[in-house]
Design a protein around this ligand. Structure first.
Ligand code: SAM
Length: 165
């Protein structure tokens, strides 16, 4: 369910108290060719159209070193989504499943994530391929692809566990 207040067969919405906890700080905006949700791909493709991540100027220095990565993870706020469905009936397959069993944009905290191909960075703007969101979607975070960070071996018995970031 992604449109208006209508529910599809078997869908279930819940009454929510106003959110009053963690506040996000958007770091910029996503610029894509898509103006309506129907036009967006359901998932981005690395050979999709070039899109831009336009960062607020205060975050430009935070990009230092990111140019070393060919793929990066982008987190964005799917701001046009309703947030109160616990059961959803996606239009594609007619079954009803729980929100957490879907990658639907409709979720209590509508965070979208995509692994994208980083083409280049120019003055605080990242040119990427692999997105699936509307033009103007708020940008939450950018990280190097996790594959570049291999897990360390777990500590052996008796060894101190040192947590590193
Ligand atoms: N790749 C992300 C993920 O897996 O977390 C998002 C997947 S979600 C299925 C992508 C869909 O969200 C698009 O096809 C579009 O229908 C919808 N969408 C895109 N931008 C949105 C926005 N700003 N607000 C609400 N819905 C959006």
């Amino acid at each position: 369910m992604t449109r208006g207040d209508d529910l599809r067969a078997n869908e279930k919405a819940v009454e929510l108290v106003p959110a009053s906890d963690a506040a996000l700080r958007f770091i910029g905006w996503v610029r894509t060719p898509w103006r309506s949700r129907d036009d967006c791909p359901r998932q981005g493709r690395l050979d999709g159209p070039e899109c831009r991540l336009v960062l607020d100027v205060v975050w430009h220095d935070a990009l230092c070193g990111l140019e070393d990565y060919q793929t990066i993870e982008v987190l964005y706020w799917l701001d046009k989504s309703r947030r109160d469905l616990v059961l959803q009936s996606p239009k594609s397959d007619g079954r009803t499943v729980g929100t957490f069993a879907l990658r639907s944009p409709v979720r209590p905290n509508p965070i979208g994530t995509s692994i994208v191909k980083l083409e280049r960075i120019e003055e605080g703007t990242l040119f990427v391929r692999g997105l699936d969101c509307l033009d103007g979607t708020p940008l939450v975070d950018i990280k190097p692809d996790r594959c570049a960070f291999t897990p360390k071996a777990p500590p052996k018995p008796g060894e101190a566990h040192v947590q590193e970031n």
